[in-house]
Design a protein around this ligand. Sequence first.
Ligand SMILES: [Zn+2]
Length: 126
Amino acid sequence: MTLAEGIRRRGFRKWYERELLIGHSHLALLLFCALGLMMALEAAFRFRTLTDQLIDGVAVLVCAGAGLWALRRYLFLLMRAESLAHQADCPGCGAYGRLELVDPAAAGDAVAVRCKRCAHEWRIEG
Ligand SMILES: [Zn+2]
């Protein structure tokens, strides 16, 4: 979900909270993939038939691929959320995260926002 869509639907703070939750769910997936990879590698030494070894090889590839994807997605979501959160302080009054879109039809992660407390406008770019 882009920043503009998140602010429009839930507000900045809820958007930020959801981004962190989604990011950390990818971290949990990464941990499960690491466990699956270790189990598959350990099983590789026990299987003797070609079919079992092939299935185990597929499990290793799936766990490694999904784990790398989850790690990349986790880092992306966390870095983007943190980058945008650092820009959420109002330069006018210092209020954190109390902002709304200047243009209600805005899209993407680069948007003009307005403080709900003092109506100061600034731009947030992801
Ligand atoms: Zn303000």
